[in-house]
Design a binder for this molecule. Sequence first.
Ligand SMILES: *Cc1c(COP(=O)(O)O)cnc(C)c1O
Length: 420
Amino acid sequence: MSDTKSKFRPESLMMSYGYKPELSQGAIKCPIFQTSTFVFENAEAGKSFFELAYGLREKDADEEMGLIYSRLNNPDLEILENRLCLWDEAEACAVFESGMSAISTVMMEFLNPGDYILYSNPLYGGTYHFVKNVLSRFGIHALAFHAHEPEDKIAEIIEEHGIGDKLKMIYIETPANPTNQLVDIRACRSVADKYATDDKPVYLTVDNTYMGPLWQHPLQHGADIIVYSATKYIGGHSDVIAGAVLGNAEVITRVKTLRTFLGNMAGPWTGWLLMRSLETLKVRMTQQAENAAEVAKFLRDHPKVQTVHYLGFLNEKDSPDNYRIFKRQLSSAGAMISFDIKGGEKESFRFLNGLKLIKLAVSLGSTESLAEHPSSMTHSDVTPDDKALYGISDSLVRISIGVEHSDDLISDCSQALDLV
Ligand SMILES: *Cc1c(COP(=O)(O)O)cnc(C)c1O
């Protein structure tokens, strides 16, 4: 397997990797293993599978984990997990029935009462709610830094609050939603290292939903854990909710063990849908990024548009820090654009209501383009002060660019701007 891994690129392996047709009547595609349990060949096999599943003995060099029960493992999930590992060059992966279950399981596994989590703001709304309202009930404390703050400022926050010995996880989202502010993964690694001790690791977790798994590979910049909402680019068709966690074997074994007991693994049907999606991941994302570049240029030149937040417009002169992170950390400007229309909520609503091809919906990363109004929709929970700080104004519109023809996307934006 490791030979195959090094020889072919991920996009070449998405159709076949990890699947053995001879085990499924020669079917070229992995069937949906819609089954709750698996028949053991004999009692000895059952015993041996359980020994592995419960960690009672080490796995032999070429031994595969036996199939037991679909809450523990299922071929659709295992093959999907193996394929997801290829993109991020991760040792192991665990898939979930939603991005939120992936995120919450990671936090529950690695944080204990009394621990601190330091996160970048703004955070995905669901994650923010979980940290503030759920973790807090278990005595887990949270502190935030602003996505645009430099490394020394992050360490300063830790010092100021005197929580260095209680810091257990740094959790970041980069680019930040919706304004594409970048967080330096390597800088966060060095802060995490500063407060880690032999018996208290500080895990660096990156929500890579916005850029992954094609354009940003956090493990290569020092992250320990990647979390995904696979609902977005990985699923890519706005028809499935799912999540994934990637990291080294030790981390993922812990995540999978908690997953077994929370029972929030993805089902076989979800696994199958995501495998189907992964076959086109690269062509979809590549086209989306190309389209986004065209649409961003059109918006920048439009007289009714004030500012466009698009990573492709970063430059050394105006934003040297962001530009430096972009060059090192990302291989594409992505397909998320936000922009301020001249005016306020009234003007942005006119634009959103006037769109014909682009759909008015939250979510992102899908084949169809989606537009929304962060201030009153995805970020309506954010306090007015924080909104001002992050540039989430009433005139801000966010668009996730899909695979339509870029000229059609531009003409749709153009006619909707005419109505403003
Ligand atoms: C959508 C999203 C999530 C939550 O994922 P679900 O699949 O909806 O549970 C988490 N983080 C980011 C950045 C997202 O966009």
